[in-house]
Every structure is written in structure tokens, then in C-alpha cells.
Write a protein that binds this ligand. Structure first.
Ligand SMILES: Cc1cc2nc3c(=O)[nH]c(=O)nc-3n(C[C@H](O)[C@H](O)[C@H](O)COP(=O)(O)OP(=O)(O)OC[C@H]3O[C@@H](n4cnc5c(N)ncnc54)[C@H](O)[C@@H]3O)c2cc1C
Length: 387
């Protein structure tokens, strides 16, 4: 006899967790199951994330999603009894002469959305951030509030604890096929043949959303792309540094008693092997460290303390989230394709999808711009600030 759930969520990390949570918040009384292939989450992007939250995007839609999530993370402890570990220490995006016009244009969009960001030229920038070498910098945008980083592990644990308490069933196993007939998924097949009947399916498989969609015959432009995060310590560390992004794309932020840093891939960026989680150590030596030492003189003397690699859920179409229903499959929904800015937007995205499923439309935050239908119509929502 097969099990039966009104909603089956594929992937129990941050997007799946918040979707289940907000389905209940929005009054959904039916049965919910989360199918997760590895509840250690050791390869989930959520666990491997740098977990930055910012408002320094180029598109208003992304700023709104992050601002809605920011309010939620700030208030996290009063809902869940544990802190989200939010460190509100800002972002600092640096631009060379070549990037100046874009930085200023983005700032106009950000300010119109209520973001608290100041753009400064080198003298003022050096006064605000005495640890910074401003050579080659035309301007920098500092987030004065509402930006920083948090602890996605604590968030995930607390939200899934609440999900269990509110009747969500967790099923361990990998979804290997979807039984889709006439544009509707009737069953989800887990592991070696467990059949789960479903009313609707939500695909929150992170870097694997494309693979899971394919099981229902749907093509999505989302692929895993490997990114390495390096940990290091510094004998004389600069104080109060925000998450700083150099014009080269190299970023750094404090973490515990040291720092973490990363960079876009040095060579051609392309789909990752789904099993490849080996850090790219050459990137540290050849790209990350030289850029750090040039930008922050104290980082000339640092000691690498380790590294890890994770996969972005990279949307090759326009580097932005896909949130909503999938055309051609009436009971399939997705949240994915965030291309490096997903953990910060997860509460707002999960809430929006829950509203769509329960009420048939958005109530709090309009996510229609993120609809996957934009792929068929060729209407790109391109995000220029992909970090
Ligand atoms: C190195 C790195 C740095 C990042 N930095 C930031 C940042 O600073 N700020 C930010 O906002 N975002 C950042 N991100 C992006 C962010 O982490 C992701 O967008 C977000 O975590 C995606 O969450 P998810 O739940 O969709 O995916 P995941 O966390 O990957 O979870 C997907 C889950 O689905 C499960 N699954 C997959 N396939 C199946 C299947 N067939 N059957 C059952 N289960 C399945 C997996 O086991 C996994 O647990 C970063 C990502 C990486 C890799």
C-alpha cells in the first residue's frame, strides 16, 4: 500500500523547511511530507553557505525578498526560542572606475527600496574603514544596517523542529522518479521503489532542482556550480570588517576567531560534478590571498586554516530565483536557482510559495517576477550583483 500526502516537498534543507513551515502558518491543514536523502545535510548548500544577507542587489525584487527575510531573521528568536546568530556588520562593495556607474545605479535602486547604504569616494571610505587600502578604488558602498551574516544551521534545526511539532512527516530517501501522466504527478518514487501518492509536489532540491524537475519531464536552467570557501586566521586582525567584496570578486568576512573568504572560479565556470566537493586550493594561492593582501594590508600575514566546497543552485538563464508553479505540470512547484543568494531569501521565498499554494496568489510579497514562466517567454530578470 502506498503512503499518501497532500504535499510532498523534495529536499529538507532551508527552502523545503521554510515552505513546510509557512504552509502551516498560512493555515494549510492537509498532510505534508518532506523527503530528504541525507539528513546530515553535509552536502546541502544551506550547510556550506557563507550565509551573508545583504540589500546590495541590482534588482528591486531581490532587495524586497532580502528585506522581508531580514525582518524574519531579526525576529527569529521570539518565534523559535533560538537565535539565528545574525551579526549585523554590513556589506562593503568596492568598485573600480570600470564598476563605478553600476555601483551608483544600483545604489539608486537600493535607496528607493529603503536600504540603508552609503556610497563614498576613497578618502571618506578610508576614514570609515582604516584597515582598507583604497588604491584603484573609485567608490565603495557600505551597508549601515540590515546587512551581515547569520547561522543557517541554527535556523534549519529550529525550523525543522517546528515542522515536526506541527505534523510534517520526514521521509528518509532519495527521490529517483516522478510518476507524471497528462501533466500531473501522481506518485513520487523514493529509494528502491517506495511509492508515495501526492496531491502536489514542491521541488526544493537546491543545486539538484534541475535534475529533479527532469524526472517530471521539465527542463529548468539550473545546475550545480562549485564554490570554495577558505578559512584563515590573522595575527593582527582588523576589527569590525563588514563582508567586503573587492572589484576582483574576492570576498571576505569575519567568522569566529578568524575569517572566511572566496572568489568566483578563476577559469571557465561550468556545471559541477554532483559528487565533487573537493576545495579548489589553487584558487586561494593564485587569486584569493593576493587580492586580500592587496586590499587589506593586515592580510599579508595570514594562515589558512581549512576550506570547504559547496554547490550554488546556479540559474544559467538570469542568475535569479525561480519561485512558483511549473507550466506543463499542474501540481509541481519550485523554489530554486538563487545562484548564491538563497539562504538569506529563504523565509520570504518559502512564505510566498506557501501563499501561492494555499491562497492561489501572493499576499505579503509579490513574487510573480520570479515565476519560472519567464523562461518560456524569454523575459530575463537579470541580477548583476552575483557574489
Ligand atoms: C559556498 C556557498 C556560499 C554561499 N553563500 C551564500 C551567502 O552568503 N548568502 C546566501 O544567501 N546564499 C549563499 N549561498 C547559497 C545558498 O546556500 C543556497 O541558495 C541555499 O542554501 C539553497 O537552499 P536549498 O534548500 O534550496 O538547497 P540545499 O541546501 O542544497 O538543500 C537541498 C536538499 O535537497 C536534498 N535533495 C536533493 N536531491 C534530492 C532528491 N532527489 N531526493 C531527496 N532529497 C534531495 C539534498 O540532500 C539537500 O538537503 C551559498 C552557497 C554556497 C554553496
Amino acid at each position: 500500500m502506498s503512503e499518501n500526502y497532500d504535499i510532498v516537498i523534495i529536499g529538507g534543507a532551508i527552502m523545503g523547511a521554510f515552505t513546510a513551515y509557512f504552509l502551516r502558518e498560512e493555515g494549510f491543514g492537509g498532510s505534508i511530507a518532506i523527503v530528504e536523502r541525507d539528513r546530515s545535510y553535509k552536502h546541502a548548500a544551506t550547510a556550506l553557505s557563507a550565509a551573508g544577507i545583504r540589500q546590495q542587489f541590482s534588482t528591486a525584487e531581490n532587495i524586497r525578498l532580502s528585506r522581508a527575510s531580514l525582518a524574519f531573521y531579526r525576529d527569529f528568536e521570539s518565534r523559535f526560542g533560538v537565535s539565528a546568530g545574525f551579526v549585523e556588520q554590513g556589506y562593503l562593495l568596492l568598485a573600480s572606475e570600470a564598476g563605478l556607474a553600476t555601483l551608483k545605479a544600483n545604489h539608486v535602486v537600493q535607496t528607493a527600496e529603503g536600504a540603508d547604504i552609503v556610497v563614498e569616494e576613497p578618502t571618506a571610505l578610508a576614514a570609515r574603514h582604516p584597515w582598507l587600502d583604497v588604491e584603484g578604488i573609485a567608490a565603495g558602498a557600505t551597508g549601515l544596517s540590515g546587512e551581515g551574516w547569520f547561522d543557517p544551521w541554527s535556523v534549519l534545526g529550529a525550523v525543522n523542529k517546528s515542522n515536526r511539532e506541527h505534523g510534517t512527516t520526514f521521509i528518509d530517501g532519495e527521490v529517483r522518479s516522478l510518476d507524471a501522466k497528462a501533466g500531473r504527478i501522481g506518485h513520487v518514487m523514493v529509494g528502491d521503489g517506495k511509492r508515495i501518492a501526492c496531491g502536489a509536489v514542491v521541488n526544493t532540491a537546491g543545486p539538484n532542482v534541475g535534475r529533479v524537475a527532469k524526472l517530471a519531464g521539465v527542463n529548468l536552467p539550473v545546475e550545480p556550480r562549485k564554490r570554495t570557501v577558505f578559512r584563515f586566521t590573522c595575527p593582527e586582525p582588523p576589527n569590525n570588517i563588514p563582508l567586503t567584496v573587492d572589484p576582483s570578486g574576492v570576498w571576505v568576512r569575519p567568522e569566529g576567531d578568524g575569517f572566511i573568504a572566496g572568489a568566483p572560479p578563476a577559469g571557465e565556470d561550468g556545471p559541477a560534478n554532483v559528487d565533487d566537493f573537493d576545495p579548489d586550493y589553487a584558487l586561494f594561492e593564485e587569486v584569493v590571498w593576493p587580492a586580500l593582501a592587496r586590499r587589506v594590508p593586515a592580510f599579508e600575514a595570514i594562515r589558512m586554516a581549512g576550506a570547504w566546497a559547496g554547490h550554488y543552485d546556479f540559474n544559467t538563464f538570469d542568475q535569479n530565483a525561480l519561485i512558483g508553479a511549473i507550466a506543463g505540470c499542474v501540481n509541481l512547484f519550485i523554489i530554486g536557482g538563487f545562484s548564491g543568494h538563497g539562504v538569506q531569501q529563504a523565509p520570504a521565498a518559502g512564505r510566498a510559495l506557501a501563499e501561492l499554494i494555499v491562497h492561489g496568489g501572493y499576499k505579503n510579497i509579490d513574487c510573480s517576477a520570479f515565476s519560472p514562466s519567464r523562461i518560456e517567454t524569454g523575459r530575463r530578470l537579470t541580477e548583476r550583483n552575483v557574489i
